[in-house]
Design a protein around this ligand. Sequence first.
Ligand SMILES: [Zn+2]
Ligand SMILES: [Zn+2]
Length: 257
Amino acid sequence: MVFWEGYLSDEAMGTFAPIVVYWLYAGMYQILPPLDRYRMHTRKEEEQKNLVPISLVIKGVLLQQLVQATVAQALFWMTSRAGLTGVTVQASLAVQALQILIAMFVMDTWQYFVHRYMHQNKFLYRHIHSQHHRLVVPYAIGALYNHPLEGLLLDTFGGALSYLVSGMTERTAVVFFCFAVVKTVDDHCGLWLPGNIFHLVFQNNTAYHDIHHQLQGTKYNYSQPFFAIWDKLLGTHMPYSLVKRPEGGFEARPVKD
Ligand SMILES: [Zn+2]
Ligand SMILES: [Zn+2]
């Protein structure tokens, strides 16, 4: 029993809930006071280094979400497991947790290789992925500021693959997709807040991904959104130290060997 039962199908929730969750979670970060003591870059740095104004970032995210929602609906329709009865049996909570874990690995694997290739292929970088890197100083609502094709390739197809390989139902997929979106927003929040559960649980977190957005780190820390495994296995992991800035806040500083 879920709260949307009788109102919305699981497929519709799987498509639209991540969008709503994105704006709620990123919006929460956006309305926080400046919090200079916890920022990973100063506000001045954000102004100087970012190559796109926030109004265009919001438009870009909305466009990407529109494209993704359209394609996601079609993919759900093609892969629906409900069959003719329209009824899906939910697995036990333990099985669902395992399916989510498998989905996390599948999504990470897909995103690592596609993301890395988009950096290595100059055409793809220039025309597609460089859009995401216009935010040298990331902030929450810019987390999904991507070229629409990148959104499709990385997130929609990555999500579909994780869903299919893990064998989860559409209902479990709603939870998984929302979780992946929250994690992605958090990785771009630009704040090192005390007690942030993602910072405690995941080695791949706000500071880890911040390195990738820095000019000296673009060839490292491709892994996203959950683990750091592929970076470590394939030699693209950039260790860093988190240092306190004298004027307040933190800085993720790459440690080169
Ligand atoms: Zn990148
Ligand atoms: Zn990013």
